[in-house]
Design a protein. Structure first.
Ligand code: XMP
Length: 319
């Protein structure tokens, strides 16, 4: 019988059998899949689990602190937070090509994660939040069937020399099943039902070269948008919503003067499978409110636009 409680019970048994007394390492991103794996493994093997959370400086407002508060403080899980913002930003400096940016972020992530895990001498297993659609997708990629439009670095796999064995307790589950498990394991539902967030984070939402100044502006604008979506009961009616930073300056008036500040685009879509998507028909009054708040509260942004492009041909992300 498929109930979350049964699945959890079976998984716990299987995990204990698989890893015995060994130590297990998990890359925690704060996304649904790795979060559910963390909660599940903690329940199964307690202190044998160590999580590494890499803050790449491309996360949303307060995201790093929230992940630490949730998993380390609240759940008592051992989480090593690696503050790698400078390293990511230095490696990204001067690069404007979207695919190259993705590759840099993916590579640096593996390097940082690798260095941290090398410090944990007794680890024998690497846990991953692989879910069934990832298994299908990477199988398709290997046979060349997948139409790879973008490099999704977070289903890439392990560097060869790490020699860790894999634990993938969600391998047979679909996303909605993973979410139900998360709720059953006590994760807060606003976390479990969060919109997807790409592995490269704000790196693909800052068009062209990534700079800290841009990331800071984008975080503020994005946070206002998401806050208002939640407040107006629209968050769960959209499948994914976020702000995009456009590194162009447009003119605005402030008092007697003209100023040239950056532009932010709001993107909100409705979709079932993320392969095709419609732009969300958000109320004008709502968009008006969000736009005013962003412009008033974010010095450096003087114009807000709304993306009304469907997928295809426009992808959900701008890069
Ligand atoms: P696109 O932009 O291709 O996005 O329409 C479809 C879904 O995939 C997410 N996405 C990514 N996720 N790494 C990820 O983990 C990536 O490089 C990446 N690119 C896009 C996107 O947020 C949307 O949900």
């Amino acid at each position: 019988l498929w109930t979350s409680a049964n699945i959890i019970e079976d998984s716990i048994k299987a995990i204990r059998e698989q890893v015995g007394d060994d130590e297990v390492l998990l890359g925690l991103s704060g996304g649904v899949d790795s979060s559910v794996v963390a909660a599940l493994l903690h329940k199964a093997i307690g202190d044998q689990l160590t999580c590494v959370f890499v803050d790449n400086g491309l996360l949303r407002e307060n995201e790093g602190d929230q992940v630490m508060a949730m998993f380390a403080k609240h759940m008592g899980i051992r989480v090593i937070r690696v503050d790698a913002e400078d390293r990511f930003l230095n490696e990204l400096a001067g690069e404007a090509d979207p695919e190259k940016k993705r590759k840099i972020i993916g590579r640096v992530f593996v390097e940082v994660f690798d260095e941290e895990s090398a410090k944990l001498k007794n680890v024998k297993w690497l846990a991953q939040g692989t879910i069934y659609p990832d298994v299908i997708e990477s199988a398709a990629a290997k046979t060349g069937k997948a139409h790879v439009i973008k490099t999704h670095h977070n289903v890439g796999g392990l560097p060869e020399h790490m020699k860790l064995q894999l634990v993938e307790p969600l391998r047979e589950l679909f996303k909605d099943e993973v979410r139900k498990l998360g709720v059953e394991l006590g994760l807060p539902s606003d976390m479990v039902y969060r919109h997807p967030f790409p592995g490269p984070g704000l790196g693909v939402r800052i068009l062209g070269e990534v700079k800290k100044e841009f990331a800071d502006l984008l975080r503020k604008a994005d946070n206002i948008f998401i806050e208002e979506l939640r407040k107006h009961d629209l968050y769960d009616k959209t499948s994914q919503a976020f702000a995009v930073f456009l590194p162009v300056k447009s003119v605005g008036v402030m008092g007697d003067g003209r100023r040239y500040d950056y532009v932010v685009s709001l993107r909100a879509v409705e979709t079932i499978d993320f392969m095709t998507a419609r732009w969300a028909n958000l109320p004008y009054d709502f968009l008006d409110l969000v736009s005013r708040r962003i412009i008033n509260e974010t010095a450096g942004i003087s114009r807000v636009v709304y993306d009304i492009s469907g997928k295809p041909p426009a992808t959900i992300e701008w890069e």
